[in-house]
Ligand binder design. Sequence first.
Ligand code: SF4
Ligand code: SF4
Length: 393
Amino acid sequence: MQVSVSRCADYNQDMVDQAVHAAMTHIGGMERFVRPGQKVLLKVNALTMKLPEEAVTTHPAVIMAVAAEVKKAGGIPLVGDSSGGMAAGQAPTKKTFEVAGIAGAAEVAGAELVNFDMAGAAAVPAEGPIPILHLARPVLEADVVISLPKLKTHSVTILTGAVKNMFGCVPGHRKAEYHRMAPRVKDFARVLVDVYEATRPALTIMDGIVGMEGSGPSAGNPRELGLILAAPDGVALDAVVAHIAGIAPFKVHTTRIAHQRGVGMGDLSKIEVLGERLENLKLRDFDLPSNLMFEVMPGFLVSGVLGMLRARPVIAEDACAGCRFCVDSCPVKAMEMSEKIPVIDYNRCISCLCCQELCPRKAVQMKQIHPLGRVLAGIVSHSKEKKRRRYLK
Ligand code: SF4
Ligand code: SF4
């Protein structure tokens, strides 16, 4: 199994074109995946209404570079996704396409823009906790699917990469419904693997030029990484990304589950990295989500007393604009407006972090609400700071 890596310092279009071409050349060129006349769906990350420089969505320059490669191979590119959350009862995909520069990129590239919320869905059987999934028809009907994820952390799934990116093939409100139907992280990861398997992209090209660290996938901090990664196997690509971020690949539930089920290769020792030496890519200071320790602990500890110490979403009143986007998007209706600020019913909350993921103001923050947890968080943040200073020396 091969994963190709190329360097790209910034989003200058010529540089991105060259980096995408170089990454593709290592794995046989776009012609290996696309034949003349085929409809090629580029599944971008249009998570929410953020500008390209906020590092939440796939950058327009990467979309244009991949669309150009597809056209050179004789394919017909389409660009599509379904955003997260609900505003006034509708997923804000159209607005996200505009704000994130995705609509503009598709227009310049001469690619049809497809809003999955408006394009119909088809039922697909699955192995995991949701036996029938409804997925966007344009994805299932495309001749070739190419996934274009952004390299980011994820406060629930640790990383959001090739496998997680395909969750946007679930149109509109069904995404929240699937969160509600699979509230446990491991069950939700099984759903993500099911969606990835059903949509099975022939190729994944990841935008890791500026990624996101910390409280991803939207409330973290942009991090310059200067990387484009490409692979036919998205699970292998996610394993390489985990290694780069300093995480053992099988600690990422989607990678482990996909590997165990034979959906892809998550074993780093069986993955050949082309274009760069893997040991030169590993970051020692990549900031991971605050809840990470709970994901790597044995299950009996997490479900026991230590589980109470898990950080919870808390609304920062000074940052909140009272837009109620989070309230309308919460899958279990654990939020309601009180005056102009949302309040959270922690007895109902399933910690899906959709509210944090979708808040336009970074007003949903992960905090310890248990007194013992606050003490623990203080110790962890002190040792993190000591570690950071050591790296700066
Ligand atoms: S927390 Fe964010 S999404 Fe929720 S009401 Fe405030 S600004 Fe809007
Ligand atoms: S309050 Fe936030 S984290 Fe809790 S269930 Fe609702 S959206 Fe998910």
